[in-house]
Ligand binder design. Structure first.
Ligand SMILES: [Zn+2]
Length: 109
């Protein structure tokens, strides 16, 4: 049985799993392996933010593409994603009704 949770990001299937051997970071994304690793040493709140953070890295890479991706430094990418992630997480938590609507492909009533 495979470890982790499979998620679809664009046309790619990534595996998100907890690992015990991350060094110097709480999470990382291996785009070529389509794998997101989350440290098993973080709290549940940090784990959830890390998942969104790493999903945004994957979206960034897929959406911007390999060529355009290279036009941004890793520091620029980290700055944007690092600032957006907590707000995205907060938005999801504060707005379960709109998340339910989006998930169920419902029109505004
Ligand atoms: Zn990052």
């Amino acid at each position: 049985m495979d470890k982790g949770i499979k998620v679809e990001i664009g046309s790619y299937i990534f595996t998100i799993e907890k690992v015990d051997n991350l060094k110097g970071t709480n999470a990382e994304t291996d785009l070529m392996a389509q794998k997101i690793s989350i440290s098993d040493k973080v709290s549940v709140d940090i784990e959830n933010e890390c998942i969104l953070h790493e999903v945004l890295h994957a979206i960034w890479y897929i959406a911007i593409g390999v060529c355009q991706h290279a036009k941004f430094t890793e520091k620029q990418e980290e700055l944007v994603i690092g600032h957006i992630t907590p707000f995205l997480l907060d938005f999801i938590r504060r707005n379960p009704d709109i998340i339910y609507k989006i998930m169920n492909r419902q029109y505004l009533g």
